[in-house]
Every structure is written in C-alpha cells, then in structure tokens.
Design a protein around this ligand. Sequence first.
Ligand code: FMN
Length: 434
Amino acid sequence: MILEGYLNQLKEKGKIHIVDKPISKKLEIAAVLNKMQPEPVLFKNVKESDFHVVGNLFCTKQQIASYFDIGVQDIIPTLTEAIERRSPPQEVENAACQEVVESDVDLTRLPILFHNEVDGGPYISSGVVVASHPDYGQNLDFHRAMQIGKDRMVTRVVRGRDFHGFLEEEGELDVAYCIGNTPEVLIAAATSVETGVNELEIANALREMRVTKAKTVDLLIPADCEFVLEGTVYLEEKQDEGPFIDLTETVDVVRQEPVFEVKKITHRKTGIWQALLPGKLEHKLLMGMPREPTVFRKVKERGVDVLDVYITPGGASWLHIALKIDKKHDDDGLRAIEAAFEGHTSGKHVWVYDKDIDIYDEREREWAMATRFQADEDLLVKDREPGSSLDPSAEPDTKMTTKVGFDCTKSLETKGKSFAKAKFPDVDLKKFMG
Ligand SMILES: Cc1cc2nc3c(=O)[nH]c(=O)nc-3n(C[C@H](O)[C@H](O)[C@H](O)COP(=O)(O)O)c2cc1C
C-alpha cells in the first residue's frame, strides 16, 4: 500500500496532525515528533526540502492493528501465520517508487533529519534495506545510515545479522535503501527468520504487495515505497558512525562502519519522507513486536497454553518479556520462562502472568507480582549468559549478563486467601452525576 493512501485515511478520521508552518529538518521536526508521540504528524513545509515528512505513524500495537483492521490480540497469530504461509509478491513495471528517477545524486535535497544534538550527523532511521546473496537470495532488514557527503553515507551493521554475513562473504553488496513503507514491509524487515527466507514474501502474506526491479542494482524492491537509494555498501571502506541514540535511549558509541555509496535516487512524484525517532515508541515497537511470535511459538512448543506475549516498552522493547498463560500445571510458569529466553535470546527479564491479568497494564503486572510471587519458589536465575549489545549494564566486551524469570502466576490450589481481585458492581454514572 502507498503510504500517502494510508495518510489520507488518517486525515479522513482526523487521526493525523498537519503542520503547515515552516519547520527545519535540523532538530525541530524530531523535537515535535517526540512531544507528539504516539500521535502521527505530517510536516508540509520543511525549510530545507521540497518533500513532506511524516512520523509517529506506527507507535502502538493499536495503530498497527488498525492498519491491518484486526484486534491487538490478533497481531501475534497474524504475524505467525504470515511467516508460515509466505508467498512471492507480484512483480510490476512503472512502479510508484520510480515515478521520478533523479539524474544526479544529491542527498542534501532529501529531508534526512538531524534528530538530536548528540548525533554524529543527519540520519536515515526508517530505511528498509534490500540486499542479495548468490546462495541465499534476497534479504530485507533495517540499517541506520549517517549522511557524510552528497552521495555517501556510513551504515550500522550489527555483527551476526544476515546482512553482515552477506557483506563479510561478498566484500561489497549492492543495496536499495527503501524509505516510506507501510507496516507489512516494516514488520517483515524487522522479523528475524532463517537465513535464505526472503522477508518480502512475509510482507506479501501480511498484506498483498508489489515489487519492481531496481534501476541500477539487481534487486526486487517494494514498488510502492516513497524513496529508493540504490548503491553499494563496501566492507573494507569504513568511516566513523555515530554517536546516535539507540533502542535503550542511551547514546550509542562511535564505531568504524561500512560506507554506503549512493548511486541512484528514485521516488514518487509527491514522495513523503518517513521519519522514525531513534529509541522512541515506533523504534521500540518495530524492534520488539516481531520477536513476540517467535517467543509465542517456543512457549507453545513447551506445552504451555500461552495466550499473549508483550515485549514491553519499559524494557526498551528488547530486554523485558511479559507472558500471559492459561495455567494448567504448577510448573507452567517456570517452563514458559525457559522457553521465552530461547525464543528471544536478547531477553534479560521475563514475567509470567495468569489469564486474568492485563499484560498491557503495568500496574496490573506489578499487582500480580506483589500478590502472587514468592522468590523462594517462583524465581529463576540464569547466571552469566550471552546478553544484548544494547544493554549498557552487560559486561562491556563479552556482553555476558545474568537473566532472571519471575513466575507471577497464582498456585493452582488456593491454600489461604483468594488471589482474585474483588470487583465493585458497575453503575451508570449519568444516573447520579451532573
Ligand atoms: C527501526 C529499526 C532500526 C534498526 N537499525 C539497525 C541498524 O542500524 N543496524 C542493524 O544491524 N540492525 C538494525 N535493526 C535490526 C535489524 O534490522 C532486525 O533485527 C532484522 O530483523 C535483522 O534481520 P536478520 O535476522 O535477517 O538479520 C533495526 C531494526 C529496526 C526495527
């Protein structure tokens, strides 16, 4: 789906703010988006560019569910099913993303945001990257890119990603950075599946989409994205990348990262640039949510009746996992914890709750821990395990960490007081108030 089509739907529903006042891509747009989260904002008068900028489109599970016209509780089954029944998207010509094929490359004409004073430069943070390997075929994921010249960027490649493996083997990779995508593409790019799976097929299973041949590199790209930056990433040509705010909202260190030489820019005539605030709700949701289906599947495989999984924003949508289960056996909680750590190896703390607990309500989660958890029975500690490179408290070089699970489910047999929360009768306030 073309992003502009979705924005028009939001406009009709009055669910997007339009800013017509002149605004700068340097700090101002990011500051407004930060204050307005999770409400979408469209900037129509960017001082340094002819293109409009939009942000905060997909900050909450509710916004994602509304886009797919499903309930929040249906997101995990929908993602799980899309991974299992993926299919190749239709290939088209005269694609929207190639309505304009720029003759020269000038990144300064694009509204690449300077998000924060701590940053090392202007950054593309919403770029979905298409790359290919002779044996494994196409891969789709995200890599932030810092602008260092009119046609050059430096891009962050976390070790262990498929893209990293491809680049190590090939020495250089032809790529297409696609900016301005709707959730089927965003979520598929953020989903980690076996190497060799083309995530564009997952996107197509989430919602039918189209691909087209890139202009200068041998890749099939999302035909309806807003902008495409085609070029090559070089393993051996490195530059300083960063500082930049990462998922934990802390400032990531400067590293030597590969250079991305941009050789061709194409876009929709009225291309809309998609902003994505680093470390904020949209970044968190896109990082954490696609990991929930893999946790769900692992816990299910352990024979525990799992109902929902939430990788919570308070844990940087990466380090904390909340599970809702329908408890049938006394050790269901501890088994679910073990399985959750397998389903998301970067997970650091796991909480398990009963089906009567709203895992999206942090007060309810705390209440369950206060009234249903005993550390001598319900605590699981996994000492010195490989942790996440994002966790500033993990051991600096080795990333070793200690993982902890909390079984906050009530025992199947109630010995003393009931665990249930007493309810007050419902009442129609209008009968008495005002
Ligand atoms: C908004 C966003 C930004 C990301 N930025 C980067 C990045 O700069 N570098 C990186 O290596 N991974 C980044 N990631 C993570 C990967 O793109 C993501 O985990 C992907 O699923 C990995 O795919 P793979 O399993 O095929 O390697 C980002 C993810 C999201 C959602």
